[in-house]
Design a protein around this ligand. Structure first.
Ligand code: MG
Length: 302
């Protein structure tokens, strides 16, 4: 074969037609081989303050951006402090039906059932005995309102609260809250500010539980050692994602655990601009605020 038409420098290797056909074949095979990384990501979104504004309206562009991420082959799922009752409607609005959903700050993981109808079952549940922490809190916050979530999803609460979605919830006297193991305890004290809550938790030293203080001054208590990250690790393993192929986005103190989890394993953690400084410090990067469409900004760049 003549090589006169090729440039005099460079590293072009001339091979016989048969060898060239083999090379093309190998490239085609590698492209289809699932072992060759294709950077398919497990994308995890918090709900409140991340995809939803405080008035429950959607962050600009988020639905389109999620659809775009889906088309690119990524799995988009939710990890929220909300109960399942408050989460399912948001998934409909976002037009997603992921295989897994993390609720109640990691204490509850739901799995999609096979079949035509969109249904989920409780796949993994963590519980704890709430009696000690309830007694501790009552002593310091006698006027607070309390809600506990039971392993089967039912909820018990002491006093009606406007912004609590109380589907499947029953009002009970405070004394009945600790009669059985729970997935979580939620405490709201309308007269306390967010910082009051942070200080209180520091002062009384909550042991044997995990907790997070939220942006509307609620305190959310989970079983010890449980947060969004512990649930997400189960899901990641089940779905077979590489630990580095994870992208998490959130705005709150209850997202710090999943930020660390993502970063420690070589993934990405993005905080929303309007979140507390300590939350932004825990993330690897910050996007614009929920009002400005911060999630859409991240997802459109994938
Ligand atoms: Mg949030």
């Amino acid at each position: 074969m003549s090589t006169e038409h090729l440039p005099p420098t460079g590293s072009i290797k001339v091979v016989k037609p048969k060898k060239a056909a083999k090379l093309v074949e190998r490239v085609a095979r590698d492209t289809e081989d699932p072992a060759v990384p294709t950077e398919r990501l497990l994308i995890v979104l918090d709900i409140d303050g991340t995809v939803l504004l405080e008035d429950e309206s959607l962050s600009p562009g988020v639905v389109d951006a999620v659809a775009h991420a889906h088309r690119a082959g990524h799995e988009v799922m939710i990890a929220t402090g909300r109960s399942w009752e408050g989460t399912r409607g948001i998934m409909r609005v976002l037009q997603i039906a992921p295989e897994f959903v993390v609720c109640s700050n990691g204490a509850v993981v739901l799995k999609r059932l096979d079949g035509d109808e969109l249904q989920y079952e409780r796949w993994h549940i963590e519980t704890f005995d709430p009696s000690v922490v309830l007694a501790q809190l009552r002593e310091h916050l006698p006027d607070a309102r309390y809600l506990v979530e039971l392993p089967d999803g039912r909820r018990l609460y002491t006093e009606y609260l406007d912004d609590w979605n109380l589907i499947q919830a029953r009002r009970v006297p405070f004394e009945e809250l600790d009669e059985q193991p729970v997935c979580r305890v939620v405490v709201v004290a309308p007269e306390q500010g967010e910082q009051d809550f942070v200080d209180l938790v520091d002062r009384i030293g909550l042991n044997q539980v995990s907790y997070a203080v939220g942006w509307t001054a609620w305190l959310d208590i989970a079983p010890q050692g449980v947060d969004k990250s512990t649930a997400l690790e189960r899901v990641r393993i089940e779905l077979g994602f590489d630990p580095a192929h994870v992208l998490v986005i959130g705005d709150g103190r209850n997202d710090v655990g999943m930020f660390r989890w993502a970063l420690e394993n070589g993934g990405r953690a993005v905080a929303m601009e309007q979140g507390p400084q300590e939350v932004k410090d825990a993330a690897g990067e910050t996007t614009t605020s929920v009002q400005a469409g911060g999630v859409a900004e991240v997802l459109r760049r994938l």
